[in-house]
Write a protein of this length. Structure first.
Lengths: 250, 194
């Protein structure tokens, strides 16, 4: 049976991981390759590397980093951050990335999803959506959740699927950083209206929260950052805990 | 041993190369018919769409080269599907090494997403795969599948049981991505290379 996926997410700036990382047995916690390898060995099912570089100079470092990651890591990984054209994606996939995620650029120019899907296949296009509740409506936001758009979460996710996205990565900005659990209701609704996999993101604070994302939220995968980086939740323990809860886990 | 990877517009050539490098295996990537024919073993990777890929192979006459190979060949993902007779993906005539048709997954419940994406389990059937791989999880990404058939070497369940691995004479094939399947994937590659 297909298993639910656990996905650590690493923020990268100028070729280095950004958030403080508290990892034992690692020589250089700022090295994305070393940190990613450690997660792969611990049983992470996939990895996401998000480039939060502000300048083009820093972005160039990212492309060569992707090659280094692909060389050393033997599980699938997604890269994202600052992708706004087909020309941005080809070098990342050629360097060995398995998938790319698009966010703000797709909101500005939805046709980008069609172009990317046609050029590289739906399986490698992840549409990342940041949303928060505004007047009881799940509203899509850009710029790290700061800027509200006209788009509504469920319509936009469906449109993304129809345009050729292969997966939806949904981050609830209301839950992100709160460690109070994933946004279960919108996850369940996304699952009900979509025929492509949904990755839950935002709000993971302990291992029990993942049960909610998978059982009630019906998510296909769950992504988290700081709880893994700071060792608050360890992947091997999380996975054996979820197995005990009769959730299908590798 | 001379190991050739067939060079064409497949999306995972880089990942397959890196996986072989991690195993310390020498190989060369080539679309030269003579180099492919004289290699000891050949890997036929694949990520992409069936009809454009078959056209690419035909335009370069690589379809005939692959079909006539006598040494051990390993098709990966789309490579395995193209080794069949026909694919429902844009109604494509394929290489015809395996006398099977490739079908699109048809979900029967809401939680059955297509593509089948993620880690799923192998069930070996009189297999060329190392016996330690029984029950192992490997990584899949695909929307089309080959039904279980007499050449099935391992099966996996998703919506229906399907062929995760096949073998006929010198032709080996896997639907999943050994190059992305952690340590289990390395054992799959070693099963072919040994």
């Amino acid at each position: 049976m297909l298993t639910k996926r656990i996905i650590p997410c690493l923020d990268i700036k100028d070729g280095r991981t950004v958030k403080g990382v508290n990892f034992v047995n690692i020589r250089d916690a700022g090295d994305p390759v070393e940190l990613g390898s450690a997660y792969a060995q611990q049983g992470a099912d996939e990895l996401v590397f998000l480039d939060i570089s502000a300048t083009n100079e820093e972005r160039k470092t990212f492309a060569s980093l992707v090659r280094d990651i692909a060389k050393h890591i033997n599980i699938p990984f997604t890269v994202g951050g600052g992708i706004s054209a087909v020309a941005d994606v080809a070098p990342l996939l050629e360097a060995g990335a398995d998938k790319v995620s698009v966010n703000s650029a797709a909101v500005r120019n939805p046709g980008l999803i069609d172009e990317l899907s046609k050029a590289f296949g739906a399986q490698c296009i992840v549409l990342a959506i940041d949303a928060r509740r505004v007047d009881d409506q799940w509203t899509v936001h850009t710029h790290g959740g700061k800027k509200a758009t006209e788009k509504k979460l469920f319509e936009w996710a469906k449109e993304g699927q129809d345009r050729g996205a292969g997966e939806i990565l949904f981050t609830s900005m209301d839950h992100d950083g709160t460690k109070s659990g994933f946004a279960i209701d919108p996850l369940a609704r996304l699952n009900a209206i979509l025929s492509i996999p949904v990755i839950a993101s935002g709000g993971a604070g302990n291992k029990e929260h993942f049960i909610g994302a998978f059982k009630e939220g019906k998510a296909d995968a769950a992504l988290a950052a700081s709880i893994f980086h700071f060792g608050e939740v360890k992947i091997p323990e999380l996975k054996s805990f979820l197995k005990q809860q009769a959730i299908h886990i590798r | 041993m001379k190991l050739a990877i067939i060079k064409y517009n497949a999306g995972n050539i880089q990942s397959v190369s890196f996986a072989l490098e991690r195993l310390g295996v020498d190989f060369h990537i080539t679309d030269n018919a003579e180099e492919i024919k004289t290699a000891d073993k050949v890997i036929f990777p694949g990520v992409g769409e069936a009809s454009t890929t078959m056209k690419y192979l035909r335009d370069r006459k690589l379809d005939l080269v692959i079909r006539d190979l006598k040494q051990p060949v390993l098709g990966i993902c789309l490579g395995m599907q193209l080794m069949c007779t026909f694919s429902e993906e844009n109604a494509t005539e394929c290489l015809g090494i395996f006398d099977e048709s490739v079908k699109l997954f048809k979900p029967t419940a809401q939680d059955q997403k297509v593509p089948h994406m993620g880690w799923n389990q192998l069930r070996l059937k009189d297999s060329w795969l190392d016996p330690s791989l029984e029950g192992e999880f490997i990584y899949f990404v695909h929307s089309y599948y080959v039904p279980v058939n007499p050449n099935t070497a391992a099966s996996t369940d998703y919506i229906v049981p399907f062929s995760a691995a096949m073998k006929r004479d010198n032709f080996h094939a896997v639907q999943f991505h050994p190059e992305k399947s952690a340590e289990a994937g390395e054992r799959v590659l070693k099963s072919f290379l040994k």
